[in-house]
Write a protein that binds this ligand. Structure first.
Ligand code: UDP
Ligand code: MG
Length: 140
């Protein structure tokens, strides 16, 4: 399986509840390496730009308000099959449908405040990593 990089975000509901370390421990236990990480506050405009693929969906405006409501931790995870592996560790978007033991099943507050973001393909991973990180900031 290929070594990949994926963009992960620990969302404001999780940073507010001090869950950054517990979430990162799950990535590391699953063999993903944290090769870049920073904590920041997204402006509303930055959230809208990041989630532009969802512009027009009914959840877009509340999602962007939520994502700019508190600090996030943006990070690059590296490992074999990292994109799919990260999404498996996160679980389904809706925590009510997420498998037991996943981040979203265990920590999410709602389908919106679902604790984590992960890229969904090699193309979006490359775009999303470049949205937050320069090459010098990623240390494999
Ligand atoms: N979202 C929401 N309501 C929905 C679907 C999605 O609030 O009905 C939010 C949720 O925070 C989700 C994000 O929008 O994580 C992006 O949606 P996507 O379908 O890309 O889900 P993901 O890839 O994050 O599982
Ligand atoms: Mg998505």
């Amino acid at each position: 399986m290929p070594v990949e990089r994926t963009l992960s975000i620990i969302k404001p509901d999780a940073t507010r509840r001090n869950l950054t370390g517990r979430i990162n421990a799950r990535f590391e236990a699953a063999g993903l390496r944290l090769v870049a990480q920073k904590r920041l506050s997204l402006t509303r405009a930055a959230a809208e730009q990041f989630y532009r693929v969802h512009a027009g969906r009914p959840f877009f405006a509340p999602l962007c308000a939520f994502m700019s409501s508190g600090p996030v931790v943006v990070q690059v995870l590296e490992g074999e099959d990292a994109i799919a592996r990260n999404r498996a560790i996160m679980g389904a978007t809706d925590p009510a449908k997420a498998e037991k033991g996943t981040i979203r099943a265990d920590f999410a507050e709602s389908i919106e405040a679902n604790s984590a973001h992960g890229s969904d393909s090699p193309e979006t991973a490359a775009q999303e990593i470049a949205f937050f990180f320069s090459a010098l900031e990623i240390v494999g």
